[in-house]
Ligand binder design. Structure first.
Ligand code: BTN
Length: 274
């Protein structure tokens, strides 16, 4: 089995970035479960949770996230930040940019984004992001940013249903990068983006800095491989083809239908046709 994580490695840089609690476990159901239970137990500082394997790793839309030991990165950033519900869509944008910045920096290779939550390399899915929150009325009280990244998977390790669709850093020619080092880069990038987009507001609620938001959206656009492509959109039980125009300031995908009409998609999935 690959070397597991050495906790001491995480302390300095992460604490500076605001993640002063680091929990590394051999196995759990899901790092997001651990993160949510920390919030329910009254967590008051930023935390990072990493597992070597997950028995019930999950993705968006109820999908399973394969999480064998020794292979890949399964991490959650746990943040007790209060924000207005209407600003919460920015977490996915921040997380996507943070993963790309972090992985690009540590591997020297380019990774990209596919709306809404896919990390893409060589045209295949390298990872994904699943955000879960605790809310009260129109306020998000705390959020768990779950990130799964395929690091050491080999083609033959891939479960049959994701073969040809998924990839890993190893499969794309990047080897010898420690999972822990990637996690620290991603967390640091997340903290940096967050501090540029949100600032402290009244009542302990973080509010959006508009300049920071615009810069963030611009960064997403640079990484996004969906823009300009002909795509199939699956949203709210329907499917249609459209041209992807780009991300708006709320993190929604603007698309143009074949009849020229435009609309914003705020949840769903897209498949690139050409
Ligand atoms: C997706 O692409 O649908 C999102 C996948 C998110 C997987 C990560 S692995 C760490 C965290 N724990 C989970 O159970 N899911 C996320």
């Amino acid at each position: 089995m690959k070397k597991r994580y050495d906790e001491s490695y995480f302390l300095g840089e992460l604490a500076q970035a605001g993640f002063s609690k680091v929990t590394i476990v051999e196995s759990t159901t899901s790092t997001n479960d651990l993160g949510l239970s920390m919030i329910d137990d009254g967590l008051s500082v930023g935390a990072m949770v990493i597992a070597d394997s997950q028995s019930s790793g999950r993705g968006r839309l109820g999908r399973k996230w394969y999480s064998p030991p020794g292979a890949n990165l399964y991490m959650s950033l746990v943040l007790p930040h209060k924000v207005e519900m209407s600003d919460a869509s920015l977490f996915m944008v921040i997380a996507g940019v943070a993963v790309c910045d972090g992985v690009n920096r540590i591997s020297g290779h380019e990774v990209n984004l596919k709306w809404p939550n896919d990390i893409v390399m060589g045209g295949r899915k390298l990872g994904g992001i699943l955000i879960e929150t605790r809310t009260e009325r129109n306020i998000v009280l705390a959020e768990v940013i779950g990130i799964g990244l395929n690091v050491n998977y080999k083609e033959e390790d891939l479960p049959p249903e994701i073969r040809g669709i998924a990839t890993s850093l190893f499969m794309e020619g990047v080897s010898g990068v420690e999972r822990g080092a990637i996690a620290v880069e991603i967390a640091s990038s997340f903290a940096k983006q967050y501090s540029e987009v949100f600032e402290h507001g009244a009542g302990g609620i973080d509010v959006v800095n508009e300049t920071g938001r615009e810069r963030l959206i611009d960064k997403w656009r640079e990484y996004d491989i969906t823009i300009g492509k002909l795509i199939t959109v699956s949203s709210a039980g329907t499917e249609f083809n459209a041209r992807a125009i780009g991300l708006d300031i709320k993190g929604r995908l603007e698309v143009e239908r074949e009849d020229g009409s435009r609309e914003f998609i705020h949840s769903g999935d897209v498949t690139i046709i050409i």
